[in-house]
Design a protein around this ligand. Sequence first.
Ligand SMILES: C[C@@]1(CC(=O)O)c2cc3[nH]c(cc4nc(cc5[nH]c(cc(n2)[C@H]1CCC(=O)O)[C@@](C)(CC(=O)O)[C@@H]5CCC(=O)O)C(CC(=O)O)=C4CCC(=O)O)c(CCC(=O)O)c3CC(=O)O
Ligand SMILES: NC(=O)C1=CN([C@@H]2O[C@H](COP(=O)(O)OP(=O)(O)OC[C@H]3O[C@@H](n4cnc5c(N)ncnc54)[C@H](O)[C@@H]3O)[C@@H](O)[C@H]2O)C=CC1
Length: 239
Amino acid sequence: MGGSDQAITTSRVWYPVNLDISGRLCLVVGGGRVAARKISALLLSRAVVRVVSPESCGKVRRLAEEGRVELIERAFRDDDLTGVFLVFAATDIPAVQHRIAEQARQRDVLLNSAENPGLSSFLVPARVRRGDLLLAVSTGGASPALSALLKRKLALQFGPEYALLVQLMAAVRKTVDLGGDHAAGNRMLFHDLLALPILEAIRERDWDGLRMLLHTVLPTGIDGDVLVRQLVDRERSEQ
Ligand SMILES: C[C@@]1(CC(=O)O)c2cc3[nH]c(cc4nc(cc5[nH]c(cc(n2)[C@H]1CCC(=O)O)[C@@](C)(CC(=O)O)[C@@H]5CCC(=O)O)C(CC(=O)O)=C4CCC(=O)O)c(CCC(=O)O)c3CC(=O)O
Ligand SMILES: NC(=O)C1=CN([C@@H]2O[C@H](COP(=O)(O)OP(=O)(O)OC[C@H]3O[C@@H](n4cnc5c(N)ncnc54)[C@H](O)[C@@H]3O)[C@@H](O)[C@H]2O)C=CC1
């Protein structure tokens, strides 16, 4: 947390990515409150989670009892990094954090260091999820509290209707020919669709209104009624 580390992080230009970590081994070192938050997010993305920590909070112990994470109850050892895709250093001991960072660098394992963004090769943004829509906020480590505040604002602004909007757009996209000669026409179609008050119709559950809106822009050959029925079915199945 020293001043020089802060200066390093704010001068870095972080490159954002969405990682597929399903089935990948992710190591979390430490078993406290911060580790528990990182573990929950890893499990949501279906990672294989291994925790190394001599002591752990109730939440981490419960996840281990349920078989959702593997818990190794001892201090970190260098060879814990063998075969690891991502490592999260979430101990409260700076010397251990530095040791993990040094070993991760030697082995080219990507590292998130909870107490020192200067050591991290990646940071975890604050997230809002609406189905396949992911809104992520980062301050490059400058102010996690600000990221969390902006996330709460975004969550109010972008409600659950966006999950259905993304689903609808994806369904239209699946029915058109992508690429090649069609690219320009498709771009126009998607823009035309998004210019319509579709969100309002979804928010009000006005399915007839939505059908009519779709008919105004969808080319013949794409059945708007079928798309709306899929949307309603999915919404009902999720209730
Ligand atoms: C660099 C980074 C590394 C990383 O963890 O990836 C990091 C580092 C540190 N966090 C600290 C503190 C807090 N972090 C939170 C919360 C979150 N922290 C998250 C990410 C990040 N935190 C990365 C940069 C993100 C960015 O770029 O903006 C979020 C967004 C994502 C997540 O963890 O899932 C999650 C939002 C949860 C949500 O969605 O609501 C809270 C609030 C709370 O706990 O309620 C506090 C207390 C308030 C405060 O201090 O601001 C400290 C000081 C520790 C100390 O003082 O001892 C450090 C170390 C340092 O800065 O040196
Ligand atoms: N990145 C973030 O979002 C945040 C980071 N922090 C920082 O993250 C760190 C962890 O915070 P908390 O979870 O609240 O701490 P905590 O004290 O609850 O947990 C620390 C954990 O580290 C484990 N540990 C200690 N030595 C170890 C070793 N040699 N090998 C493996 N595990 C070891 C302990 O058993 C304990 O489970 C702190 O440095 C804190 O300042 C705090 C808040 C948010």
